[in-house]
Design a protein around this ligand. Sequence first.
Ligand SMILES: O=C(O)CCC(=O)C(=O)O
Ligand SMILES: [Fe+2]
Length: 257
Amino acid sequence: MNEYNNGYMAMGRYAVWTSDVNDNDKPDLNEAFFLRRERQPDDPLLQSGRLYVGTNRWPENLDGFRERILQYTDAMDGLSRKFMPICAVALGLPPDYFDAAFAESQFTFRLSHYPPVAAEVNQFGIAPHTDANFLTFLAQTDVPGLQVRMPDGTWQDVPYIPNSYAVNSGDIMYRWTNGRFKSTPHRAVPPVGQDRYAIPFFLGPHIDTLIECLPSCQGPDHPPRFEPMTYDAYLHWWYKANYDASLQDDLDETAVG
Ligand SMILES: O=C(O)CCC(=O)C(=O)O
Ligand SMILES: [Fe+2]
């Protein structure tokens, strides 16, 4: 994985150490491949050299992989944009309120492999956490593993519904809505007897979007709880604390380009 957090991450390299959900102290039992919006060479954000908007790293010798993935992420970006008016209306805002922020969304697509291995105490396929972004779309498989934490603190398997997505709201949703919409606590336990794969599409707004308490989520009796912050600033904090690509020694395992 490179400094833009694109590419391959070996198993056992990280967990969400900043999690409010659990005191995570062991690395997760999954390996993953990360990519983001594919940018043309003349893309101003790519040219800026800023973090999280760099060049995707495509594996060599995997025929059709890049094309398939780009078709899927394009479709997901389009699908997720249809959720924006729903979110806006649910929050008492005009239907087009979020459209500008998501016109060039900042997304991460992750391809995770969870091998069927034994976990130590307080170790998981992916340890309890909330996602850092706005909404996450998880295409479901019939191999169980994903669990969400209910308000009473118990963990519940996400029921498998064929051809469906589980959708989690994330930290940016929580901050933007002043805590009105929660950031879903979730985890994945290692599969038993078979491999498990997950392909979450993590949707966020353009990195320069200011995440500032929405007008419909504040009032005299509930003032803004969080300092306004750009999405970029939140990502800097989160990635540095949780992944820190510079600490990984597999920087050159995949081809750049
Ligand atoms: O494996 C899953 O179903 C969930 C993955 C997840 O929560 C994540 O990658 O953030
Ligand atoms: Fe997650």
